[in-house]
Design a protein around this ligand. Structure first.
Ligand code: PHE
Length: 346
């Protein structure tokens, strides 16, 4: 019997199979209920007890080897082994799927690229900020509604003794980064600050409590509203196409005076009127204005020498207009079927 086990082991190590059918026959021959190994086990039961120990081990070993060999042959059938590849040097390589960038990253990078071409640097700052940097230095009066608990996520201070518990918060705009830049650098300043911002809003197709902004700041001697307009026109044409037109509507922000909102002509209907532009032919894109002299002074810049402009836009909004996405929530769900549609040089 020991001889028979050794023979079978050798046979198994030499097995080959060129198709699933042959392999299945071999499996049945060796490992089937009435197969070679099963019959060896039947004989094994008749052995005297002292012979059982050694033979039992060899037999179990044989069974394991047979199963392993069958799996090995099966694998080489479904995945041609190395020898096949070496034989066929013209065989095309396996396709390795590459991911795509998130549309918000694509648009952010494109905005950065447009402004860096006209001399803007990129500055970043923390998402957890002080009330000072987000509101006070930007000329928000103490009772301004944007400070209200409904808009801002406040973070309480841990210290019990600290009476002023509401002065740490999640930034509601990246204007806070501009405050930091104005405090630490001397004009001329020409910078944009991309980043994540937070507002306590109900999530809907048009609003989210987390979104992304790029804000811009330019401070130098004799910066005028005409400079602002020309820079924004350049941006709009680079972003939405060279035929794009812009219009500036008067608006209000505590930190700019005068303030404006910029519209671009509707890229979807070409100005004829559609439900995206609410039949006006124009789409609102960003807020802007001349930096209020009080803000310059709050940040240590002499407002009798310097003037500046600032602007701020939502990346989600620009991406919605560029890609005609009608529900903002799609940007946060990470559904591969949505994300795979975007590819870009940026
Ligand atoms: N900070 C403003 C916002 O979050 C945008 C803005 C920036 C407006 C700079 C004017 C100037 O909406």
């Amino acid at each position: 019997m020991l001889e028979k086990i050794r023979e079978t082991e050798e046979e198994i190590s030499l097995l080959t199979a060129d198709s699933e059918e042959v392999l299945e026959e071999l499996r049945i021959k060796y490992l089937g209920k009435k197969g070679v190994i099963a019959s060896l086990f039947t004989q094994f039961r008749e052995l005297p007890p002292d012979a059982k120990r050694e033979t039992g081990q060899l037999l179990n070993n044989l069974k394991e080897k047979a199963s392993a060999r069958i799996v090995e042959l099966k694998n080489s059938l479904s995945r041609p082994g190395e020898s096949t590849i070496i034989d066929d040097l013209t065989r095309p390589g396996d396709i390795i799927p590459t991911g795509t960038r998130h549309p918000l990253s694509i648009v952010r990078n494109e905005i950065i690229s447009i402004f860096s071409r006209i001399g803007f640097t990129v500055s970043e700052g923390p998402e957890i900020e002080s009330d000072n940097n987000v509101f006070t230095r930007l000329n928000f009066p103490p009772e301004h509604p944007a400070r209200d608990m409904q808009d801002t996520f406040y973070i309480k201070r841990h210290s019990e003794e600290d009476s002023n518990i509401n002065d740490i918060l999640l930034r509601t705009h990246t204007s806070s980064v501009q405050v930091r830049v104005m405090e630490s650098e001397k004009p001329p300043i020409r910078t944009i600050s991309p980043g994540r911002v937070f507002r306590n809003e109900a999530i809907s197709a048009r609003a989210h409590c987390i979104f992304h902004q790029v804000e811009g700041l330019y401070i130098d001697t004799e910066v005028s509203f005409a400079d602002l307009r020309q820079t924004l026109l350049f941006f709009a044409r680079e972003m939405f196409g060279e035929d794009t037109r812009i219009r500036l509507r008067p608006s209000f922000f505590p930190f700019t005076e005068p303030s404006a909102e910029m519209d671009v002509n509707c890229t979807i209907c070409g100005g004829k009127g559609c439900n995206v532009c609410k039949y006006s032919g124009w789409l609102e894109v960003l807020g802007c204005g001349m930096v209020d002299p009080a803000v310059l002074e709050n940040c240590g810049i002499d407002s009798s020498l310097y003037t500046g402009y600032a602007f701020g836009m939502g990346i989600e909004r620009i991406a919605m207009l560029k890609y005609q996405v009608n529900d903002l929530r799609l940007y946060f769900e990470n559904d591969i079927r949505f994300l795979n549609q975007f590819s870009s040089a940026f």
